[in-house]
Design a protein around this ligand. Structure first.
Ligand SMILES: C[S@@+](CC[C@H](N)C(=O)[O-])C[C@H]1O[C@@H](n2cnc3c(N)ncnc32)[C@H](O)[C@@H]1O
Length: 287
């Protein structure tokens, strides 16, 4: 029985032909592979968008995409992406940064007077918790010494809505509920009045970060080299070939000794032998 036979009671039905058109468009524009298991999710997310536009059916929405792809595509991809994230998610990466990488860099730079440059790229940053966690880690680990360094964090994502959220740096208070009280006090400001229930990140954090929309499948107008690249919980949505190409592109942008962090359910393609594996989803470009 085709899944189309799962006819819904309301007027929004997603036919096999429409679903297949959507899957191809998503794959071509984002690299995200959608299978039958994602059908329900696609249905829910695009139904919202179809209604927002005042359209009567998925068929009308698909026609709109075919006729005016350039203007609807960003909204379409924003609707499809999964943006789950949190502050200090997979915290061992931030521990590694604080306990291993930064002490090494600080020690080395105390011996050499020049080259006090530190670059981090959060390459699928979602709503910004990942780059802000990196910024907190740097500021806490480097202390006042950070002022004599040239530090920048680049935070990019395909989804323009999440990039705007990250750039605004305002979060519901419960997003920081699991952080240490001292960390909350130091880096987040509670809102009042109409902002009650929200926190705003401290300017010392936002001053380090540049947010931009970027599709990992396209050209990267980015100059490395980076000391650290976060590519976490995005490759799982891609096929092997896309993952392979992406990781080699990251390799080229890392400085020798720079590290790549990947997500807990992701792995390094076995054909890629250039990286040194440091354990726990941490990979280093050899010196
Ligand atoms: C699950 S979130 C991961 C967020 C964060 N890295 C973390 O681990 O908490 C995946 C993010 O990848 C982004 N994404 C998906 N396809 C992308 C692409 N082709 N280029 C850039 N970002 C993409 C989505 O918009 C989404 O915000």
């Amino acid at each position: 029985m085709s899944s189309e036979a799962n006819v819904r009671s309301n007027k929004y039905t997603l036919s096999d032909r429409e679903f297949s058109f959507i899957c191809k468009l998503v794959y071509g524009s984002t690299g995200i592979v959608l299978g039958e298991r994602k059908r329900e999710m696609v249905y829910r997310r695009l139904m919202r968008r179809t209604r927002e536009l005042g359209l009567d059916s998925f068929s009308d929405y698909c026609t709109l995409l075919k006729n005016d792809e350039a203007s609807e595509l960003p909204n379409f991809t924003n609707a499809i992406t999964t943006n789950l994230t949190s502050f200090f998610r997979e915290s061992h990466h931030f521990d590694y940064l604080r306990d291993v990488m930064l002490p090494e860099m600080l020690k080395q730079q105390r011996r050499e007077s020049d080259g006090r440059r530190l670059r981090i790229w959060s390459s699928a940053c979602s709503t910004g918790e990942e780059p802000y966690s990196a910024a907190i880690t740097l500021l806490e680990a480097m202390g006042p010494e950070i002022s004599s360094w040239d530090v920048r964090i680049l935070a990019t994502d395909l989804d323009s809505n999440v990039v705007a959220t990250g750039s605004a740096g305002i979060y519901k208070q419960d997003r920081i509920k699991d952080l240490e009280p001292s960390m909350k006090r130091e880096w987040f400001h509670k809102g009042s009045g109409k902002n009650l229930g929200f926190v705003r990140v401290d300017r010392r954090l936002s001053n380090l970060i540049t947010f931009k929309t970027l599709n990992l499948l396209h050209d990267w107008p980015i100059h490395g080299p980076f000391d650290v690249i976060f590519c976490r919980n995005v490759m799982i949505y891609f096929d092997k070939e896309t993952q392979y190409k992406l990781i080699l592109r990251y390799f080229d942008l890392l400085r020798p000794g720079g590290v790549l962090f990947i997500g807990h359910s992701e792995s390094m393609p076995k054909e890629i032998r250039q990286f040194e594996f440091l354990g726990k989803t941490i990979f280093r470009r050899p010196e």
